[in-house]
Design a protein around this ligand. Sequence first.
Ligand SMILES: [Cu+2]
Length: 161
Amino acid sequence: MRSLLALSLFFAAAACGAPASPSSAHEVHAAAQLSVHDAWATPTPAGVDVSAGYLTITNGAGRTDHLLSATSPRAANVEVHEMSMDGAVMRMRALGRLPVPAGGDVSLAPGGLHLMFFGVQQPFSEGEDIPVRLVFEHAGAIDVTLPVQRTAPTEHSGHTN
Ligand SMILES: [Cu+2]
């Protein structure tokens, strides 16, 4: 758990760095009525084989969908994690099903929900795109790419979330 805590702190700190250039990673899947946007991944910290990914899922359909799993050719395993504070202790746990409410959205963002990449053999480096397949209960598989950058794409672009 100690290494996970250290990584948590790393990812939390990574979100507070200098602003990166705006990026419009936007992928719309009209047929599925699910759209994924503001996707990005963090550079792999030196000496470890894990990294984190973030994105927002918007559900334009009339029923709740669930994110069931995620995979990437760049990682041995991808899990959906929830980060929370238990007093002064930061904890992460894997979620089996992540609900995306009808007409609503779910944000995976630093300090909360995130994708966790395990078994990263080739470190994620800034500027490259990480392919990820998200599998939803109703919408099926949706392929997205997560550009690797040090800060969230929307942090300073004037969006109101
Ligand atoms: Cu995690």
